[in-house]
Design a protein around this ligand. Structure first.
Ligand code: ADP
Ligand code: MG
Length: 628
């Protein structure tokens, strides 16, 4: 409990004790002095509400819940003074209202803390060697290229590459994945993982602010500030609701007595004013105002726990309505790790061909490039490489030993005025041209991710109507993957710009209200990620541009997470809907009872606090995610 919450608890206890004394200890006092005595607990428990209501009036923002509470309780006191001599109701209303507020602030604080604990990835220090001694320094102060030591049991503080040591890493805080990841020298590691077994020496590749942890924390911390439509619903709702309620209350206080006067009956002012005040107390929409943002907050937290970062509550809403999922192929549905299968039609021997390919791909970060460099496996003599040009969706054109070397698809070859020899092997074909002459092609094959077929099936089960794959790869490689996975539609041979066009086409064809989600790994697809209704980026290891452009980031490369994200979002939206219906339904019933004079203020407050507590508990349910 915070200091503020403790103070409130004390106020509640003191006011409650005073109230019990005044109610049950017979005091030989007259009406007015009784009234003055009752004012003590009333002000103890309600002074801040009265002050806020007064400030609201001064700022011309009259109609809020503080105003409702202030008018209702002051009115109840007035009725007590003028008519009944009972003041307990006014104090009780304030008391229960404050108990509700306290509970709410406690619950919100608790779920916030839960989330940051779940995301307990912020490293406190990095071990840096200085003068032969390991010193703990602030990760913020470590420069790129520094070698840091991470002992078993410690968090990896910065992104980097393992120089020395082998270990397995627990990535669950980041990815929700419980299987540890083994690393050895040369492997990339991301900050936020926990080093489980061996001592690692890591050369950092990013400063702290650019490291994965910082980005993730930043995303999580800013997520709930992006509003969703349901939250705007509350703002819109309040704008009409409060004035309507206040004017209805005024009408309830004035009209029936006037009518009674006209038809010659006793007007019963006190009774009708009391009903109007009860009506006001009932009308407080606290449960709604509190539980909806909390539901979203919990939903974002629950998703975060599963390794799914949702950048705002509006994206949860979009996720829940997903009707079409468009996938990028390479790196998203496939591993993006190619094996060199064969070399065709080449005058050069395998070694020389691979060497040229590796030299040509030396500057590219495309998965094909990475795989070719790996297949070559020897150091690359960068001094032989001159001008480098990478053409997205085509390949690379590079100067090697002063000659132009091109590596890419048949489109690239034709673009250079070279006729490629078509190949009918299964796989992706990298055509090579050296010094403007065709030099043969390398057949490489990608591996479909183990969970990819399950992922597509799970989407179907989740009611996604259509799955589409877009790829810059050739039609045969594309068809092969689509068939293996059961994808509905494929479009191949697309340039990055064509992918945007295709997505726009699909956006035009979808049902209104449905979301089109694009799932990519960020190599060449940042523009598509931002163009789709919902951009989902795979893997924190993917490109930074993708993580910036995406609305949802899946921390690991597992495509199964897409359907999981949809399920989490649906659950959260379901809870939001339940809370709206529940809170408004009970409210409406109480308002009618209040207007009819059946509900008194006690019942009103109980109903309100009760509904709020139930709605908040329901909201917190969104935090818990079932394992797959
Ligand atoms: P995808 O849509 O499958 O993710 P990209 O748009 O990244 O594919 O690339 C499309 C095609 O362009 C690849 O299949 C490949 O033929 C060619 N290509 C792109 N970059 C390179 C490169 N660096 N080296 C060779 N070929 C490349
Ligand atoms: Mg790609």
């Amino acid at each position: 409990m915070t200091k503020k919450q403790k103070k409130m608890l004390i106020r509640i206890l003191v006011a409650a004790a005073l109230m019990l004394i005044l109610k049950f200890v017979p005091l030989p006092l007259s009406g007015v002095s009784m009234f003055l005595l009752w004012l003590i607990p009333y002000f103890i428990i309600g002074y801040d509400i009265l002050r806020k209501a007064w400030k609201g009036i001064l700022n011309r923002q009259v109609f809020d819940e503080n105003f409702l509470m202030a008018v209702a309780t002051l009115g109840a006191l007035a009725i007590g003074l003028l008519k009944t001599g009972d003041y307990d109701e006014a104090v009780a209303v304030m008391l229960f209202y404050q108990i509700g507020e306290l509970f709410q602030s406690y619950a919100v604080g608790k779920s916030r803390r839960n989330i940051s604990e779940l995301m307990d990835i912020r490293p406190d220090y990095a071990n840096v060697e200085q003068d032969g001694q390991l010193v703990k320094v602030d990760p913020d102060e470590v420069e790129i290229g520094t070698v840091i030591t991470v002992n078993p049991g410690e968090k990896i503080p910065l992104d980097g590459i393992v120089e020395d040591g082998e270990s397995s890493l627990n990535t669950s805080a980041l990815t929700g994945e419980s299987v540890p990841r083994d690393v050895k020298p040369g492997d990339e590691v991301i900050s936020g993982c926990i080093n489980m077994s061996g001592l690692l020496r890591i050369r950092t590749t990013k400063v702290f602010g650019e490291s994965t942890v910082s980005k993730v924390l930043d995303l999580v911390e800013n997520a709930s500030s992006r509003k969703s439509r349901s939250e705007n619903f509350i703002a819109r709702f309040a704008r009409y609701y409060t004035p309507v309620v206040v004017f209805s209350a005024v009408a309830l206080a004035l009209l029936p007595p006037l009518v009674r006067l006209i038809i010659g009956q006793a007007p019963d002012w006190g009774d009708w004013i009391y009903r109007a005040l009860t009506f006001l107390v009932i009308s407080c929409p606290c449960a709604l105002v509190i539980s909806i943002p909390l539901s979203f907050f919990a939903g974002i937290g629950g998703a975060g726990k599963a390794g799914i970062l949702v950048k705002g509550s509006n994206y949860l809403e979009a996720l829940a309505n997903t009707g079409t999922v468009v996938f990028d192929k390479t790196g998203t549905l496939t591993m993006g790790v190619f094996d060199v299968v064969d070399i065709h039609h080449s005058e050069l021997d395998r070694e020389t061909m691979l060497e040229y390919a590796a030299l040509a791909e030396s500057a590219s970060s495309h998965p094909i490039a990475v795989s070719i460099r790996k297949a070559w496996g020897k150091p690359i003599d960068l001094s032989r490489v001159g001008k480098v040009e990478e053409i997205g969706g085509n390949g690379v054109v590079v100067e090697i030993d002063g000659r132009q070397v091109a590596a890419g698809n048949s489109r690239l070859m034709r673009h250079l005025g070279i006729e490629p020899i078509e190949c009918h092997s299964a796989g992706t074909i990298v055509h090579m041209a050296i010094g403007n002459a065709y030099a043969g092609h390398i057949v490489i094959s990608d591996v479909i991710k183990p969970d990819a077929a399950d992922a597509i099936a799970a989407l179907k089960r989740a009611g996604v109507r259509s799955t589409v794959m877009l790829t810059g790869d050739g039609p045969s490689a594309a068809a092969q993957v689509a068939e293996a996975l059961g994808i509905d539609r494929v479009h191949s041979d697309l340039l990055p710009g064509d992918k945007v066009e295709k997505v726009e086409e699909l956006l035009g064809a979808k049902k209104p209200g449905e979301t089109l989600a694009f799932v990519g790994d960020g190599i060449n697809d940042a523009p598509v990620l931002s163009r789709a209704d919902l951009g989902i980026a795979m893997g924190a290891m993917g490109s930074d541009a993708a993580i910036e452009a995406a609305d949802v980031v899946l921390m690991d490369d597992d495509p199964l997470k897409v359907s999981k994200a949809i399920r989490i979002a649906r659950k959260c939206m379901g809870i939001v809907r339940e809370n709206i219906i529940f809170a408004l339904g009970i409210k409406l019933a109480c308002l009618v009872l209040g207007a009819l004079g059946i509900a008194n203020m006690w019942l009103a407050v109980f109903a309100d606090v009760g509904v709020m507590i139930l709605a908040v508990l329901n909201a917190i349910r969104a935090l818990f995610v079932r394992k797959l």
